[in-house]
Design a protein around this ligand. Structure first.
Ligand code: DSN
Length: 435
């Protein structure tokens, strides 16, 4: 009898091969509802696992510190051009290794240590790099933080009052647990009133922007950052978009919006990074090409339809959603009225085969490791082809899980139902031409 064929990884490192197999099965057999996660296409995975990872290419296309860059130059140029086309920007830097690096690069480009920046509090749905005291953004800069009102909406009056009082040099708008459209234009007005740069971090909603179902901050903010692996459905990575045109690279340039491309490029390298991750850049280019196809607009629309359906169904089960619903791909659920903490819910849902994350809610009386809420999203489920009918089923499973969160047998029974659904919606469909 022939021996089973082994891949190189199975032959050379069975432990890692086995763990990758287990993680793939976990994704395949369960429902990924962390709103910042998605499932990339096989084409993206192929680019990510290519020989491009071997290549050093510090610098930018046409201006590298290494030889042999002709092919990675062409790849990075394609990635930049596709990003510019998709979001309508003059300039795209595609080298930031991930979202944190992208945001820090913007601060390096535009601020001096000790300058004041203002962003949304992390526990109100912001992000660490928007000025959290224990992040570089809060340690090296004077961080002022605005928040959300009790209803969960960003408190624009507070943001304006803080801006007038503290005159930040840069204001960040964006976040990771905000269920409504980001008020880019309102923040432009506030930034203009105090002469601040405006950074829009659209990481969570970039795929919705690409699909035309969320306002685009490009042209409103001075600079826009985004990760590439959330609703945009690419590999891990980030893009920094700006308008203006790169000036002579060696000339000292003033920190003005028209010089943004040069300031950003220099902040990435030599400012905070060395060699770009060329395999990642190629995979980003592939994902951007997918996002440029008409089918991606259908996908983005369905992500929102699914989120709205899930939100309505949960509210019918008397769940309290911050802001009373969603305009986007995510929702933030306050579990206080259910007598269950976010940590308990995350654990029980995990047993049921539904992966979510515990999350603080604005003005949460509890701590981040055991907060009052959970955050749910629909990007990954929609990629698998799930629609409104499945969202209603899932809302029922979430409710049963939370109601019986200490009954392991009940949770295992739900898991079997979840697995039956997952079989009908394979993870790797290869080409995402349907929704
Ligand atoms: N960790 C990301 C999220 O889950 O939203 C933000 O960087």
């Amino acid at each position: 009898m022939d021996k089973p064929m082994h891949t190189p990884l199975q032959q050379h490192d069975a432990q890692i091969a086995d763990l990758i197999k287990k993680e793939t099965a976990r994704q395949k057999d369960g429902l990924e509802m962390i709103p910042s996660e998605n499932h990339t296409s096989d084409a993206v995975l192929e680019a990510l696992g290519s020989r491009l990872t071997d290549k050093y290419s510090e610098g930018y296309p046409g201006m590298r510190y290494y030889g042999g860059c002709e092919h990675v130059d062409a790849i990075e140029t394609l990635a930049r051009d596709r990003a510019k086309q998709l979001f309508g920007a003059d300039h795209a830097n595609v080298q930031a290794h991930s979202g944190c690096a992208a945001n820090i690069a913007v601060y390096v480009a535009l601020l001096d240590p000790g300058d004041t920046l203002m962003g949304l509090k992390l526990d109100h749905g912001g992000h660490m790099t928007h000025g959290l005291k224990v992040s570089v953004s809060g340690m090296y800069f004077n961080s002022i933080q605005y928040g959300c009102s009790k209803d969960g909406y960003i408190d624009l009056d507070e943001a304006r009052a803080l801006a007038l009082a503290h005159r930040p040099k840069l204001i960040v708008v964006g976040g990771s647990a905000y269920a409504r459209q980001y008020p880019w234009a309102e923040f432009r007005t506030i930034a203009d009133e105090v002469g601040a740069f405006l950074l829009a971090d659209m990481s969570h909603v970039a795929g919705l922007v690409a699909g035309g179902v969320h306002p685009n901050p490009v042209g409103i903010a001075d600079v826009v950052t985004t990760t590439t692996h959330k609703t945009l459905r690419g590999p891990r990575g980030a893009i920094i978009l700006s308008n203006g045109h790169p000036s002579t690279p060696l000339k000292r340039v003033e920190r003005a919006t028209e010089n943004m491309p040069t300031l950003i490029d220099r902040a990435i390298i030599p400012g905070i990074q060395g060699g770009p991750h060329n395999h990642q850049t190629a995979a980003i280019a592939v994902a951007l090409n997918e996002a440029l196809q008409p089918a991606f607009t259908t996908y983005a629309n369905q992500v929102i339809k699914n989120a709205k359906t899930l939100a309505e169904a949960l509210m019918e089960h008397e769940y309290e959603l911050m802001t009373g619903g969603t305009d986007t791909h995510l929702m933030l659920v306050d579990l206080t009225n259910k007598g269950v903490t976010g940590k308990q819910a995350e654990r029980a849902l995990g047993v049921s085969g539904i992966t979510v994350n515990k999350n603080t809610i604005p003005h949460d009386p509890r701590k981040p490791f055991d907060p009052s809420g959970i955050r749910l999203g629909t990007p990954a489920l929609t990629t698998r082809g799930m629609k409104e009918a499945e969202m209603k089923l899932i809302a029922g499973w979430i409710d049963r899980t939370i109601s019986h969160h200490e009954n392991e047998n009940a949770l295992k029974a739900i898991r079997r139902e979840v697995e039956e659904l997952c079989v009908q919606f394979p993870l790797h469909r290869g080409v995402y031409d349907v929704c």
